[in-house]
Design a protein around this ligand. Structure first.
Ligand SMILES: [Fe+2]
Ligand SMILES: [Fe+2]
Length: 169
């Protein structure tokens, strides 16, 4: 038994789950903040992007060699990120946050995801998977930028500002 590495396929399963859980949370926020047009569009876009990341990981799973492996340390970091994302997603369902808190929680998740993708892109020794993680890093940085600018908007104008612009479902 290899005690320093795990199967790439198992590692990618964990990465897939991180994207799926975060996409689900962003869909939840899109519904919860439906009345705030720009916030709702932001949540829908981030949800679509994470769903797309999950699809890419699924495709990568089919492209990588079944004997490929990644370090146990990388897998542990991915597993810890998944656990943290699941906890946050469960917490927001049990006790739905304000828009400001939702953004702060999403920023926390995005920063964790960006850090893990950066490490994955650097450490995973499989070109197809490397390129995929590099593409995701760019999109996660864009998510951070969007979330930070939404945070500035509501801190400046208040959470009600966006409610003046109803969005049809
Ligand atoms: Fe993602
Ligand atoms: Fe993201």
């Amino acid at each position: 038994m290899n005690t320093t590495h795990v199967k790439m396929l198992d590692f990618l399963d964990t990465c897939f789950e991180i994207e799926r859980v975060s996409a689900e949370m962003y869909r939840f926020f899109a519904d919860r903040f439906l009345g705030d047009r720009s916030a709702c569009l932001m949540w829908r876009k981030t949800a679509r992007d994470e769903e797309n990341h999950a699809r890419q990981i699924d495709l990568a799973r089919k492209a990588v060699d079944s004997i490929s492996r990644v370090s146990l340390a990388s897998w542990h970091k991915a597993a810890a990120t998944l656990e943290g994302t699941r906890q946050i997603a469960g917490m927001v369902r049990d006790s739905p946050p304000t828009l400001e808190d939702a953004i702060l929680l999403a920023l926390k998740c995005e920063k964790c995801m960006e850090s893990i993708q950066t490490e994955n892109a650097r450490k995973v020794d499989e070109p197809v998977v490397n390129r995929m993680f590099e593409g995701m890093i760019k999109e996660d940085r864009e998510h951070v930028r969007m979330l930070e600018s939404a945070l500035c908007r509501i801190r400046e104008h208040g959470e009600d500002a966006g409610y003046r612009m109803p969005l049809s479902a």
